[in-house]
Each structure stands twice: as structure tokens, then as C-alpha cells.
Design a protein around this ligand. Structure first.
Ligand SMILES: CC(C)(COP(=O)(O)OP(=O)(O)OC[C@H]1O[C@@H](n2cnc3c(N)ncnc32)[C@H](O)[C@@H]1OP(=O)(O)O)[C@@H](O)C(=O)NCCC(=O)NCCS
Length: 205
């Protein structure tokens, strides 16, 4: 991180994420070829991604902002972006999907899970550029996150989803590895599923 700061790859006041640079993070990289032959690269988020995450945020429609943050978010200043990309890699995870853009690249989607301290369940959330939705990216991200969390002993996944968010409702049910339980409260579904015992037993052998 000191080298990255010195070379201006990250901000001088960059928050240091716990576990960044651990070798296991490289094993979480993957690729996905879309129907139009675009090849996406998936990897854990990096502190150097802040500018691309800012671009991603400002590409969102108002509906995507509401579905992701449950409120109107007019701006995403540096301090808030830092919180958005900060992750304790030793227990939580944020994956980004990167697409080619001209001679460079852009982040088109983010998928994350956070381990709830009280329950140990992994709470998932996703967001992606509006014009990259419904291409299978959410499915790939969710399956990758499940795999990572499962290898770390997580047995339950949860999500808070607004009632009108048909995309996320479908995504959660499609990727769930067990029966989905849902509780409707204050205009949002609380979804959860447990990994089937056979999967958990196999992983812990
Ligand atoms: C919700 C979201 C993550 C889904 O990701 P995605 O990449 O579009 O999902 P996929 O393309 O993998 O589709 C998964 C399934 O959901 C369905 N689906 C996705 N969006 C849909 C929509 N708007 N309406 C109906 N079905 C939809 C797909 O058809 C697919 O089902 P299928 O394989 O049976 O056809 C994405 O649309 C998004 O980022 N939305 C804005 C932010 C948000 O809602 N985040 C979730 C907060 S928890």
C-alpha cells in the first residue's frame, strides 16, 4: 500500500482494507463470456478501483440507486466511496466485473457479501450499470460469492430486497442452493436460504 500511495495509484488518505494482497484473493478471479462474446474479468475489489467505482455510481439510473441503497443518493464523494470499497477480505468479499472499454477498462458490476456479526450469515448486495443488466452477470457474481463464502464455512445467505425489485427477486431465487425463506416487512423482502446439509458436510470434511 505504501508503494501504491507513493505512485499515486491510491489516495494519500486511502483506507487500508484488512487482508488486501493475500494470495488467496488471486484464486477468486474468474472470467465470463457474454452472449455477444464480450469477455468479463471478475476479481476482488482493489483500493485502486475508486475512480472506476465513481464512474459506475454516476452511471446508475435513479431506480438502480433506489434498489441498491434504498434511498435517493445524489452524490458519492471521496469519503463515501472509500467506505463503499473498504472490505475486510479475511471475512467479507467484494467482487468487481471488468469489461474492456476502448484501450482501457471499466467496472460494470459489483457484488458483495458482508458477514452479519450477530448471525454469521452472508448478506449479499449487487449493483451494475443499467445497460449491463440481464446479461447473466448477477448470476455469475452470486455463484462466485456463494463459492467463496462456502469455502469459508458460511452456511446462510440473506438479502434485503425492495418489493418492486423483480430482477433481484429472480436472481436470489435462481442462485439459492436451498429453499428460499422470505419475510415481507416495511416494503422489503428479507430473503434467506441455508446451504443443504450435504454441501456443508462435504465442505467441512
Ligand atoms: C438485480 C440485479 C443485480 C440482477 O443482476 P443481472 O445481472 O441483471 O441478473 P441476471 O442477468 O444474472 O439474471 C438473473 C435472473 O433474473 C432475471 N432478471 C434479471 N433482471 C430482471 C428484470 N428486471 N425483470 C425480470 N427478470 C429479471 C433474469 O431473466 C434471470 O433469470 P433467467 O436466468 O431465468 O432468465 C441487477 O439488475 C442490478 O444491479 N439492479 C440494480 C441494483 C439492485 O437492484 N441491486 C440489488 C440490491 S440487493
Amino acid at each position: 500500500m505504501e508503494q501504491a500511495r507513493a505512485r499515486n495509484f491510491v489516495y494519500k488518505d486511502q483506507i487500508v482494507s484488512v487482508g488486501f494482497g493475500a494470495p488467496e484473493l488471486e484464486e477468486m478471479e474468474s472470467t465470463l463470456t457474454l452472449a455477444d462474446d464480450t469477455v468479463l474479468h471478475f476479481r476482488p475489489i482493489s483500493p485502486a478501483d475508486e475512480d472506476m467505482i465513481r464512474d459506475l455510481f454516476y452511471s446508475y439510473s435513479e431506480e438502480t440507486v433506489l434498489h441498491r441503497f434504498f434511498r435517493h443518493v445524489p452524490a458519492m464523494p471521496h469519503e463515501d466511496l472509500q467506505k463503499l470499497i473498504e472490505v475486510d477480505y479475511s471475512k467479507d468479499m467484494i467482487l468487481v466485473a471488468i469489461a474492456p472499454q476502448g484501450a482501457g477498462e471499466m467496472i460494470v458490476a459489483v457484488g458483495r457479501y458482508h458477514i452479519q456479526p450477530a448471525t454469521g450469515a452472508a448478506e449479499v448486495a449487487f449493483s451494475m450499470r443499467d445497460d449491463w443488466q440481464r446479461k447473466g452477470i448477477g448470476t455469475h457474481l452470486f455463484r462466485q460469492l456463494i463459492e467463496i463464502a462456502r469455502n469459508r464455512g458460511v452456511t446462510t445467505f440473506v438479502a434485503e430486497v425492495m418489493v418492486d425489485n423483480v430482477g433481484m427477486i429472480n436472481l436470489f431465487h435462481k442462485c439459492a442452493l436451498g429453499p428460499v425463506q422470505s419475510i415481507l416487512q416495511d416494503g422489503a423482502y428479507h430473503f434467506s436460504f441455508d446451504l443443504p446439509p450435504s454441501v456443508v458436510a462435504r465442505e467441512s470434511r
